[in-house]
Design a binder for this molecule. Structure first.
Ligand code: FPP
Ligand code: MG
Length: 339
């Protein structure tokens, strides 16, 4: 089980139990997108390379386990429906990544070529459509239209977040409230739903479902702040995807918003000069050093840290269990990750 969950070594037994569950989720995913057309299967095989952290399925399963006090004796308590929901969450996420790489004109995702880079935008847009369509189709096999409806509400929210982001392209005076409105929608909405659906599938009490939904939303916002930090100050070799895309695409993220909110006149004009030079040769190194020197990286990290603290506080509203402790560890791993 690669990625984030590797940070969670303290609960090896749960980690091992969940690994089997995630393999089952992966099989559902692959079986459902399989086609009689080799051309489609080739693409589906390619995007399997993007399956890194499996954060969303992990959250669905852990919230399925943690939603109940007897979490310790699971995973027998996880049903096929939990696994289907976990696969649906991953499929939606995968569709958004494939489309996002078209919008960002990214070449690299999880150390593999993006679909747009490999096959062009037409194929990437259609593959994203194929995945989103499959996600709703797979969900419909549960025979519970209200889940399809709620997933539809979330994908609407997610698309609206992306539209708001595009609307603010090259807006150098974007404020924090707008930034949070964007990332809550584009990232946190799906993560929150993945948590909530796992708990609801276990018939957890409504206060537990609410706590886990809130945990997911806070975690999702922190996750995106970390993602945005890595885009500005991370190393492409370590992160495994094209970096510096946010600035090239005119997206101002939290560190940059903090920078412009506090920088003196000279570093501000130096930054504007650097920004004018963005493109072609990649992210100028000076941008990262200005962000670090001005304290903007530290402030953004502190914001993410505070959100993780709030997410962990939500966990105190659910019964203690090994799954809850793993959810707690995951929250910490989201902001310490370097990829
Ligand atoms: C990551 O942004 C992008 C998202 C979390 C959402 C992308 C959503 C769409 C493109 C809309 C498509 C919607 C559907 C339902 C198919 P990022 O560029 O900050 O992340 P990155 O660093 O991983 O590229
Ligand atoms: Mg992107």
């Amino acid at each position: 089980m690669p990625g984030l969950i590797h940070h969670v070594e303290r609960h090896r037994p749960i980690h091992d139990l969940l690994a089997g569950e995630l393999d089952a989720v992966d099989r559902i995913f692959r079986r459902h997108v399989a086609s009689d057309l080799p051309a489609v299967n080739d693409l589906c095989r390619h995007i399997a390379k993007y399956q890194g952290k499996m954060l969303r399925p992990t959250l669905t399963l852990l919230c399925g386990l943690g939603g109940r006090p007897e979490g310790a004796v699971l995973p027998q308590r996880l049903s096929e429906a939990h696994r289907v929901l976990a696969a649906v969450g991953e499929m939606i996420h995968m569709a958004t990544l494939v489309h996002d790489d078209v919008l960002d004109e990214s070449d690299l995702r999880r150390n593999a070529a993006t679909v747009n880079h490999l096959r062009g935008n037409e194929t990437a847009v259609l593959l994203g459509d194929y995945l989103i369509s499959n996600a709703f189709h797979l969900c419909s096999t549960l025979g519970r239209p209200e889940i399809n409806r709620r997933i539809g509400e979330t994908t609407n929210e997610l698309c609206a977040g992306e539209l708001l982001q595009v609307h603010h392209r090259d807006d150098w005076s974007i404020d924090e409230a707008t930034y949070f409105a964007i990332i809550e929608r584009k990232t946190a909405s799906l993560i929150s739903l993945c948590c909530r659906l796992g708990a609801e599938q276990s018939e957890a009490e409504s206060s537990v479902c609410d706590a886990l939904g809130a945990y997911g939303r806070l975690l999702g916002v922190a996750f995106q702040i970390q993602d945005d930090l890595l885009d500005l100050v991370g190393e492409e070799r370590v992160v495994g995807k094209s970096l510096g895309r946010d600035l090239e695409k005119g997206k101002l993220t939290l560190p940059m918003i903090h920078f412009f909110g506090s920088a003196g006149a000279s570093s501000r004009s130096e930054m504007l000069e650097c920004l004018a030079g963005v493109g072609g040769t990649g992210r100028p190194a000076r941008i990262a050093s200005l962000l670090v020197a001005g304290g903007a990286v530290r402030t953004a990290r502190e914001t993410a840290f505070s959100l993780v603290r709030q997410a962990r506080a939500e966990l105190s509203r659910i019964p203690d269990s090994p799954a809850r402790r793993l959810l707690d560890d995951l929250a910490c791993a989201v902001i310490t990750r370097e990829y």
